[in-house]
Write a protein that binds this ligand. Sequence first.
Ligand SMILES: [Zn+2]
Length: 141
Amino acid sequence: MANEFYCPVKIVYGQGGPIRAIYRFGELTANAEILCLQAPILGKLAFYPSDVVSLQAFVIIPVLSWGVTINHVKTDYRRIIRFTNAFMKPQNLIQKITEAGFIPSALRTDNCLACGRPLLEGADKCSSCGWTYRVGEKTHN
Ligand SMILES: [Zn+2]
C-alpha cells in the first residue's frame, strides 16, 4: 500500500467573508488517490488530485492563525476550504501530503474561485470581487 498521511485538523469551511463555519476535531487523510477531510456535522469532503489546483499556505499574522487553503474546482463544495493544525506549520503539512503522493493536477478554472463568477478570458483578476489567482503564488512570467 502506498504512503498515507493522517493528522488531526481544524477545518474552516464557507463562502468567505465574516460568515464561516469552523469544525474542530477534524481529520485529514491523504494518499496518492485522494485527500479527505472529515469532521462531525460537516461530514466528509473528498478531493481527487484532478479536483485540486493547489495547496496554499496561509498565515494571518495578528491572530497567529495558520494553515492550508485548498484551491479546488469542485462546484458542489464551498469555495473556502482550509485546514489547520496548531502544531504543524502549513509548509510541513503540504510537504507531508505531497510525500504521501497527493499531487494536485487540476487546471485553473475560468471561474473566480472566490465568488464563482466567470473570469474574462486570460484575466488573472476577478472584475466582480477583485480576487486574483496571483495571491500567494509564484508568477510565471
Ligand atoms: Zn470573484
